[in-house]
Design a binder for this molecule. Structure first.
Ligand SMILES: N[C@@H](CCC[C@H](N)C(=O)O)C(=O)O
Length: 290
């Protein structure tokens, strides 16, 4: 069995993705934006494209602004469920190659072979400035001050879990602050490849709560790689112990961080629908960029 429709739409804790095995026409940023558009297209926080249909499976990840991401935690759980349920993966444990490195996914099918939970070995986190993609900064950016405005400097840590993240801590979470300053952190000159941002509140010895501003997607209800980054920095700084429960507006992920900063993420995943692009949308896609 394999996918016979144009796409499957799924979500991990409300972070939704369209999974495709081929894209209609050239995959330009404008066409990606149209497919992900919640008013004019199918609507999603991104696209997951299968690029190799056998082990190790190949995955490309696109943000709704048309840019390409190296990794996505929720995207990987969604993709693993897709690979298993649509018959591409025949084992419960398999590897997926992303731009941000190789990961291993483990699915937990029920009696009817449906998968609603996936564990992903996400690889190793690093604060190495080259891996994070810092400009004009040669040491790890760990609990350093990021200048956002003449009167606003934010203490935080830049870390890569395959894709780049800026993590900062607050006593109280503040959605308004994230929506206002998230875009400015995302586009700060220190991060020429742009960056995902997490505001973190420590809520227990092994629990944190986060708010997320995603590179190329903006405010999202949940993010797997953000949970990995926030949990790793929290463990690294001695604020919590692994395994860490990460609470987000969309729900909870369990993140294990080893002393070597190897990360494991486990959480739910759910398919919403499968479908075909209508002739109307295909015509719009066809004219996009002409
Ligand atoms: N939602 C994702 C992250 C997607 C990629 C991110 N926006 C980036 O550009 O790095 C997740 O669950 O990790």
């Amino acid at each position: 069995m394999s996918l016979t429709r144009d796409f499957v739409k799924s979500h991990g804790l409300g972070n939704d993705y369209i999974v495709m095995t081929r894209f209609p026409g050239e995959m330009t940023p404008e066409r990606i934006r149209l497919v992900c558009d919640r008013n004019f297209g199918v609507g999603s926080d991104g696209i997951l494209l299968l690029t190799r249909a056998s082990e190790p499976f190949g995955l490309r990840i696109f943000n709704p602004d048309g840019s390409e991401a190296e990794k996505s935690g929720n995207g990987l759980r969604i993709f693993a469920k897709f690979l298993y349920e649509y018959g591409y993966a025949t084992n419960r444990l398999f590897r997926i190659q992303t731009l941000g490195g190789m990961v291993t996914a483990e699915v937990y099918p029920d009696a009817s072979n449906r998968v609603d939970r996936v564990k992903v070995d996400m690889g190793k986190a690093t604060v190495d400035p080259v891996s994070v993609g810092l400009a004009n900064w040669e040491k790890p950016f760990v609990e350093e001050l990021l200048e956002l405005a003449p009167d606003l400097r934010l203490k935080g840590t830049a870390i890569s879990v395959g894709n780049p993240h800026f993590v900062f801590f607050r006593e109280e979470l503040d959605e308004k602050f994230m929506r206002e300053w998230g875009p400015k952190i995302e586009n700060h000159p220190l991060f020429p490849k742009r960056i995902n941002t997490q505001m973190v509140r420590v809520t227990g010895p092994s629990e944190i709560e986060i708010r997320i501003w995603e590179r190329g997607a903006g405010w999202t209800l949940a993010s797997g790689s953000s949970s990995c980054a926030a949990a790793t920095v929290s463990v690294m700084l001695g604020k919590v112990r692994s395994p860490v429960r990460v609470r987000m507006p969309g729900g909870i992920l369990a993140i294990e961080v080893s002393p070597e900063q190897e990360i494991r993420m486990e959480g739910p995943v759910s398919e919403v629908m499968s479908g075909d692009f209508s002739p109307d949308l295909l015509a719009l896609l066809d004219s996009a960029g002409k």
